[in-house]
Design a protein. Sequence first.
Length: 194
Amino acid sequence: MKSIAISGSPRENVGKRDAKELRYQGLVPAVLYGGPTQTHFAVSAADLRAVVYTPVVHFIDLDVAGAKSQAIIKDIQFHPLTEQIIHIDFLLLDEKKPITIEIPVKLTGTSPGVKVGGKLVQKLRKLRIKALPKDHLDAIEVSIESLEVGKSVKVSDLKLEKLIITNAIEDTIVSVTTSRALRQAEQEASSGKK
C-alpha cells in the first residue's frame, strides 16, 4: 500500500482557544493514538488534501518534531458549513496487529450481460478489510467477466489470501440487472412470437 509523508509540529496547549488559533494559521489540530501515550500535534491543512480528498487509501509516514511513525487516518471532523477539516485522528500502526480499513473495489473486465443490454449496478464501492499492515492492498479487484443478466458477485464469492472481509457475506458487490430497453425488447420479441 502507498505511503504519504506528512510532518507536524507538537502542540504545547491543548484547548479550544489554541485549536482555533491553529486553524486561523491554516493548521489542523491532530492526535496520534495507539502508542504508549497520545501525541498532540498540528499539521498543515494543505498537506492533508492528498490523503483526505481521494478514494485511495494511504499509510501516513508521520514526522512530528523528528519522531517518525507510520499511521492511518482513524477519524476526521469537518466544519458543518465550510467542509474544512477541523480535527484529525491518526492510529499508530503495529506490524504485529491487524487493522481494519475500508479499501476501494475496482471492477475488472467486461460483463457479457452488459454487452447484451443489461445494466451494471455497483452496490459496494468499498470493502472493510482486516489484515496486518503489510498485507493490505490498494484496491480489491472484482472480475465481472462472467456476469450475465440477473447475476451478481457477493462478498462470499471473493477469496482473498491473508485478508478477512468484515462486510456481511450475503452483501452484493456488483450485479447486472435487466435494463428498461432490454425488458422492452424481450416483451416485443415474446409478443411477436404469438
